[in-house]
Design a protein around this ligand. Structure first.
Ligand code: ATP
Length: 266
C-alpha cells in the first residue's frame, strides 16, 4: 500500500536538545495512529514538523509522495493536512453555528463573507449537517465561551474537518474531559472521522483511549521512536512500559496546560 504520509530520517534539534532523532514513519490511508510518550518525548515536535509549524533540521516529510518539508502551515493545510489543538481554537464570543460558518467560509475561501445573509446559501445546510454529525445540534445557537468543555472540543474538531482534510492530527482530544465523558466524546469523534475516511494521528496520554481507538501506536522517548506496533503489542512492550506508561494505572492522563502547540511558535 502506498503511504499517505512519510517521515524520512527526520532530525530536529533545539540547541543542545534533540527533539527528534532519526524518525522514520510511514502511514497508510485510513490508519488511526496513537502517538504516545512522556512529557518532552518529542510528540508535539513531530506533529509541528508534519504541519509546517517547525522545519526539521534534516530529513524529509512526504504527503502522498510529495515533499512538504518546511512548507508553510497554510499551504500544508490546503494540501489536506489539518490539525486540532489541545486547547480548543474556537471563537469564544461567537455561537457554535457561526464558528462553523466561519470555518466553512475559510475552507471555501469566502472568509467572513460567509456570514453575510446573501452569501450564506448552502453553507448553512452544511453547517447544520456537521452539527448533526458531531451531535452538538442542541448547542447550535449557544455562545462558545459558555459551552461544556467536551462540546467545545467537538466543535473544534468539526471545524478542523470542514476543509475535508485527508489527514487530521489531534493533540490530546480528551484532555480536560472527565473520565465519565471521555469514551462518549471519542465515540462521536472517531465515528465521524471514520465516516469521512480521514487518516488520523493523535497524541494521547490516556492509555485506555489508545487501547480502544487506535490501530497502531508509535511511542516516542527522548526524540526517538521506541516502539511502532499494534496497541496489543505496544502497550505490553517493555520499553513502552518503562518509559511511557511507567507505574501509572491505566487511564492515567497527564495534562500539560502549557500545551506544546504554544511552544511551537517560539
Ligand atoms: P508534552 O507531552 O509535554 O507536550 P512532547 O512529547 O510533545 O511533550 P515536545 O514538546 O515535542 O515533547 O518536546 C521535545 C523536546 O524538545 C523537549 O525537551 C522540549 O523542551 C524541546 N522543545 C520543544 N519545542 C521547543 C522549542 N520551540 N524550543 C526549544 N526547545 C523545544
Amino acid at each position: 500500500m502506498t503511504a499517505i504520509l512519510e517521515a524520512r530520517e527526520i532530525n530536529k534539534t533545539f540547541g543542545a536538545v534533540t527533539a527528534a532523532k532519526d524518525i522514520n514513519i510511514s502511514v497508510v490511508e485510513h490508519e488511526i495512529v496513537g502517538i504516545i510518550g512522556a512529557n518532552g518525548a518529542g510528540k508535539t515536535t513531530f506533529v509541528n514538523m508534519v504541519t509546517g509549524w517547525l522545519r526539521p533540521s534534516t530529513g524529509q516529510i512526504l504527503f502522498e509522495g510529495r515533499d512538504i518539508t518546511g512548507m508553510a502551515p497554510r499551504r500544508i493545510t490546503r494540501l489536506g493536512i489539518c490539525r486540532s489543538f489541545q486547547v480548543a481554537q474556537v471563537f469564544m464570543t461567537m455561537t457554535v453555528f457561526d464558528n462553523l460558518m466561519i470555518a466553512l467560509g475559510i475552507a471555501e475561501s469566502r472568509g467572513l463573507l460567509a456570514l453575510l445573509p446573501l452569501r450564506r446559501g448552502d453553507l448553512e445546510a452544511r453547517a447544520d449537517a456537521i452539527l448533526q454529525r458531531y451531535q452538538i445540534v442542541e448547542y447550535r445557537d449557544q455562545v462558545s465561551s459558555t459551552l461544556p468543555q467536551g462540546v467545545r472540543k467537538l466543535l473544534d474538531i468539526a471545524m478542523a474537518m470542514v476543509a475535508r482534510p485527508r489527514i487530521l492530527l489531534l493533540d490530546e482530544p480528551t484532555s480536560g474531559i472527565s473520565v465519565e465523558e471521555k469514551f462518549g466524546l471519542m465515540d462521536i469523534v472517531m465515528g465521524a472521522l471514520k465516516d469521512e475516511g480521514v487518516t488520523v494521528l493523535f497524541v494521547e496520554h490516556d492509555m485506555e483511549i489508545v487501547e480502544r481507538y487506535v490501530s497502531r501506536v508509535i511511542a516516542f522517548y527522548q526524540g526517538e521512536i521506541i516502539c511502532d506496533a499494534a496497541p496489543a503489542e505496544a502497550l505490553v512492550d517493555p520499553k513502552v512500559k518503562e518509559f511511557v506508561i511507567g507505574g501509572e494505572p491505566q487511564g492515567w492522563s497527564t495534562h500539560d496546560t502549557a500545551g506544546a502547540g504554544e511552544r511551537a511558535d517560539a
